[in-house]
Design a protein around this ligand. Structure first.
Ligand SMILES: Cc1ncc(COP(=O)(O)O)c(C=O)c1O
Length: 437
């Protein structure tokens, strides 16, 4: 499809998160089928998907039991609302399942549609909680730089990179950003305390944060970071919203990322792995104290979405959770993540352009450094993008990059042989870079 073809089959789609002009020029990358960690494009080429869609197809493609669970639910009922005291067995059952797998103290679940509206919901719930407790002025939300919380107006306002706000402003008032973990927790805590003092604790409802952030190339905090930050927030009466949209459902080697540090947040946003991407669904897990306050208010909880907690999605999510637990995909993410790390360590020992790898379960990153004499091709902004482009074109592998950092988040059922393939793909691209005159 050329840029001038503005009508005809396939030219009416508005793509997400991409240059609309570039995609009009180059055509779309059309994926038609998937099996395990692999996908096939419209021209029949098979790709190893190192990022499982958008790091969401946790159980991999082609799980027939998920298809059957969805079909059975749809045969019974097209749709059922959660408004006005109504419910479906699938939504009730999924909430029970989530209560069993989330940390003790998170026992109630509000269903949404995607990660962004789950975060919007968590923010609204935090504000309502504070207001019902007599703290009407506690409305500000702390977030972190280089975070990603979605693209609704509130999600964009919480997200920590200004690039997402360009031309889309003004942002919602009431968001203040603090830094990512620097490696020096005492300094991070001092900076957080300073921000809280500046804003005034009595004006802050909550802090929203991912257990580990991707946009700056996978920042894994030191072990003392989350317990220390949580203690500061608790001391100031500020709720903690854990955005577990990426990290939930075994991605990091635990069912939820915050379990690595034994931190139980007040609210947990979840989506992606809840259905392994087979259908849209999201949830907010609500801590006992917050829920007791919402329920105790007596008046109506005037928040909800028509398709939040859709019965087909909930039925599928229950079958998806059964796979995650039966196959111990958290254990798999732990073991395969460690294997991936070992293979990256070997790569770094052999290739000067490969600096260092890191991982938390099957969130995996590799920092690169371009060889001093390497000239980037025209229009390619970073070495990471170049390697990503070459992996796609020559190795038929799909990955993500942030600057000069490569990031993987494959199916949690990925095999060691497939991890070998991913690492060999990078080696092949670095070999080609080294031999480029
Ligand atoms: C941590 C995090 N939060 C929120 C979102 C937004 O989710 P969605 O795109 O489903 O709205 C994402 C999406 O990638 C995410 O990674």
């Amino acid at each position: 499809m050329s840029a001038t073809e503005t009508t005809g089959p396939g030219s009416h789609l508005v793509h997400h998160m991409t240059s609309l002009a570039a995609v009009a020029d180059q055509g779309a990358f059309v994926v038609v089928a998937g099996d395990g960690a692999r996908v096939t494009t419209a021209d029949g080429t098979e790709y190893l998907d190192g990022v499982a869609g958008l790091i969401n197809v946790n159980v991999g493609h082609g799980r027939e039991e998920l298809v059957e669970a969805a079909a059975a639910a749809m045969r019974d009922l097209a749709y059922g609302t959660l408004f006005f005291g109504m419910a479906t067995p699938h939504a009730l059952g999924l909430a029970d399942d989530l209560a069993r797998i989330t940390p003790a103290g998170i026992e109630r679940f509000f269903f949404a549609v995607g990660g962004s509206d789950a975060n919007d919901s968590a923010i609204k719930i935090a504000r309502r909680y504070q207001s019902l407790r007599g703290h009407e002025d506690r409305a500000m939300i702390l977030a972190r730089e280089h975070s990603y919380h979605g693209m609704t107006v509130a999600g964009m306002s919480a997200t920590g990179d200004a690039v997402y706000r360009t031309d889309f402003g003004p942002v919602v008032p009431g968001f203040v950003h603090v830094g990512q973990p620097s490696g020096d927790t005492a300094a991070d805590v001092a900076a957080l305390e300073a921000t809280i003092a500046e804003v005034g604790a009595e004006r802050i409802a909550a802090m929203i944060a991912e257990p580990v952030s991707l946009p700056s190339g996978l920042v894994i905090p030191p072990d003392d970071y989350w317990p220390a930050v949580h203690a500061v927030l608790q001391r100031h009466g500020i709720l903690l919203i854990a955005d577990e949209v990426v990290t939930g459902f075994s991605r990091t080697g635990r069912m939820f990322g915050m379990e690595h540090w034994d931190v139980v947040p007040d609210l947990i946003s979840m989506s992606k792995g809840i259905t392994s991407g087979y259908l849209p669904l999201a949830a907010v897990g609500i801590g006992d104290d917050v829920y007791a306050t919402l329920e105790g208010a007596g008046g109506p909880f005037l928040h909800g979405f028509t398709t939040g907690g859709h019965p087909t999605s909930c039925a599928l999510a229950r079958a998806n959770l059964a796979i995650i637990e039966r196959e111990d995909l958290a254990g798999n993410a732990d073991r395969r993540g460690a294997y991936f790390q070992r293979r990256l360590d070997e790569l770094c020992a052999a290739y000067p352009a490969a600096l260092r790898g890191r991982h938390l379960g099957l969130l995996v990153a590799l920092d690169l450094e371009p060889p001093a004499d390497f000239a980037l091709p025209d229009g390619v902004a970073s070495f990471g993008l170049h390697v990503r482009n070459e992996l796609l074109a020559t190795q038929h592998q799909i990955i993500r990059y942030y600057g000069d950092t490569l990031v993987w988040g494959p199916s949690l059922a990925i095999t060691e042989a497939e991890i070998d393939e991913l690492v060999a793909g990078v080696a092949a691209v670095l070999d080609a870079v080294a031999s480029t005159p």
